[in-house]
Design a protein around this ligand. Structure first.
Ligand code: FAD
Length: 189
């Protein structure tokens, strides 16, 4: 069993669409697929998308990381993919996350200010900046929004667990009308 970690930077090929529920729609689709596949392959890591660029970090079994990265490299939703880190590790450093997502956050803006960088351009990151970015993704508390997005997508395809307020109101109104009609009919007899 040999574990590795891998980080890369790339440029998105799509035009960013208005953010829905905290996430750019193309990125939301990538996250859904990634979380499904990465959980199955026991991969953990994080994705950051900003300034039309991606920074992704993956940890896991060497074979699985390489297989996944091969698929990612063939994806035409990004280009100019540059590997920043690829090396063995002793243990995974992300727990419970198949693909953590950090939206354009205050933390990243502070990181750019600290590093005196004008914009987010991970292809030009130094080794130290890569490590800081990984730490930032690891520490991020902001992905609850994305988890909600995933859940809403899943829930939308399942039958509603309980009665909706609208249906409940409709049934009560129908019952009241029925009782009224019965009382009226009774009064006519
Ligand atoms: P499929 O069943 O082939 O596709 C899943 C969904 O993605 C479908 O809705 C499909 O329409 C859509 N899709 C696939 N390719 C494209 C495309 N080129 N353009 C538009 N929609 C498309 N995959 C992972 O498994 N793990 C990752 O960590 C991961 N990270 C990624 C990071 C980035 C920046 C990008 C661009 C892609 C990433 N992907 C990742 C996606 C990866 O490139 C493959 O698309 C995916 O792994 C294919 O998996 P699948 O065969 O299960 O999905």
């Amino acid at each position: 069993m040999s574990l590795i970690r891998l980080a890369y930077a790339s440029e998105a090929t799509f035009d960013a669409q208005p953010v829905e529920k905290g996430v750019e729609p193309h990125v939301a689709r990538i996250l859904l697929t990634s979380r499904k596949n990465n959980a199955r392959a026991s991969l953990v890591g994080g994705l950051y998308y900003g300034n039309n660029r991606f920074f992704q970090y993956l940890e896991g079994e060497e074979d699985e990381v390489r297989k996944t990265f091969d698929r990612i490299k063939r994806d035409d939703r990004h280009q100019n993919i540059m590997t920043l880190i690829e090396e063995p590790i002793e243990a995974r450093t992300f727990s419970d996350w198949s693909m953590k997502y950090v939206p354009l956050s205050v933390d990243v803006k502070k990181f750019l200010e600290r590093q005196r960088l004008d914009n987010f351009n991970p292809q030009a990151f130094t080794a130290g900046q890569c490590e800081e970015m990984i730490q930032l993704i690891r520490d991020s508390k902001q992905d609850q929004k994305v988890v909600n997005y995933d859940e809403s997508a899943t829930v939308a395809t399942k039958p509603a667990p309980g009665m909706s307020p609208g249906l409940r109101f409709g049934l009560i109104a129908a019952a009241v009308c029925l009782v009224g009609a019965l009382i009226y009919a009774g009064s006519l007899l």
